[in-house]
Design a protein around this ligand. Structure first.
Ligand code: 5GP
Ligand code: MN
Length: 346
């Protein structure tokens, strides 16, 4: 599955200064795997700091260790973060596959003198790390963190706080245990986490049922007025303007999951959400079956990710970006129309 942990074991044999980072706008897997790994390393006597390249949704701030996360803000703590990166003996890069995914931090990490370890499950990892635990079969980076701690012989150090952070990562990256990545191993790991007393209902509630009223009204508006369905391409998409984000007081994380509504329509094979963030249009792609949105976003939107879930970016205006996307569909029509969609259960 991944290289043996013996190299990691010797790297961790003496107390080290450790820096952990994860991708831009961390999701539950990015943050959960980083915080669980940080807690583990602290228990082993290391000095650890988790730095995120941007802020993250408030519905993730319950995780154990959240209060000690350093959110990188170039205008405010650039020197502090640069020092942390450059003083680290060991740098762990979790849940991302290329340094472009950590914004300005990417250059600091690239030039850092410390030893770099990648732990990730995205396709096509860039070769910037000295040691890589990269497994595209893994459902989540949190699954890899669990496996690595177990392989290091320390499963008994996994406590409830770590367990809930890992559970959150696996739960969200598997779409609540519905994506094909939800292997037998995933369920066995969850069984182990239940053994340390994780409150799985509470994790679901904190992540999925803790939205503001206005966020739900935003969702209602989007689904009623902004969802576009192109049956001839089995495609559905949504484009959100900056004004709409302002009107609905959108906060980090409020647009997460929109793309799944587009994909939930019967027969839809490709779903996309375009969000105008001002400096760029951020795009999320999802698919069912054989159609690879990782290939699609890599080819056209400077992105990547997983076979059925990927993201990308466009520096054209929102309208032009959507127009370009729609213009690409005819060349994929045969694939989109022939992709077998799992039959709904009658
Ligand atoms: P999301 O749509 O949830 O933001 O991202 C879906 C998947 O695609 C995630 O695994 C994420 O890490 C990856 N992803 C999102 N945006 C980008 C991007 O701009 N570049 C690359 N390489 N991957 C992305
Ligand atoms: Mn992940």
């Amino acid at each position: 599955m991944f290289p043996s942990v013996s190299e990691l074991q010797s790297l961790l044999a003496e107390p080290k200064q450790i820096f952990i980072t994860t991708h831009h706008k961390p999701d539950a897997d990015a943050l959960g795997s980083s915080l669980a790994w940080a807690t583990y390393l602290k228990k082993k006597g290391h000095s650890v700091t988790v730095v995120t390249p941007s802020d993250y949704p408030a519905f993730l701030n319950w995780m154990a260790g959240n209060d000690e996360v350093v959110v990188y803000e170039p205008r405010h703590n650039d020197r502090q973060v640069r020092d942390l990166v450059h003083r680290a003996d060991l740098l762990f890069c979790l849940d991302f596959n290329c340094l472009g995914r950590i914004n300005e931090l990417g250059e600091y990490v690239r030039t850092a003198p410390g030893y770099k370890v990648l732990i990730d499950h995205h396709q096509r990892p860039e070769h910037f790390a000295d040691l890589a635990y990269s497994d595209v079969q893994a459902a989540a980076t949190a699954e890899l963190i669990f496996e690595i701690i177990r392989a290091l012989g320390d499963q008994d150090l996994i406590d409830r706080g770590m367990g809930e952070a890992l559970y959150a990562g696996i739960m969200t990256d598997t779409g609540s245990f519905r994506h094909p990545s939800t292997s037998r191993n995933v369920h066995l790991i969850i069984a182990e986490l239940l053994n340390v007393g994780i409150d799985l209902a509470a994790v679901h509630r904190r992540i999925y049922d803790s939205h503001s009223e206005i966020r739900l009204r935003f969702l209602g508006y989007i689904l009623k007025d902004k969802l576009v369905v192109r049956r001839e391409f089995n495609t559905a998409y949504i484009a959100v303007t900056q004004q709409e984000l302002r009107d609905y007081e959108s906060k980090t994380g409020d647009t997460e999951g929109l793309v799944n509504y587009a994909l939930s329509i019967e027969g839809i094979v490709l779903a996309a959400v375009f969000i105008d963030r001002g400096s760029a249009v951020k795009i999320s792609f999802r698919s069912v079956g054989d159609f690879s949105v990782a290939d699609f976003s890599r080819a056209h939107f400077d992105g990547g990710g997983h076979h059925n879930a990927s993201g990308g970016v466009s520096y054209q205006p929102l309208d032009a970006t959507v127009e370009r996307f729609v213009g690409l569909l005819p060349q994929y029509q045969a694939q989109l129309v022939s992709t077998p969609v799992p039959e709904p259960v009658p």
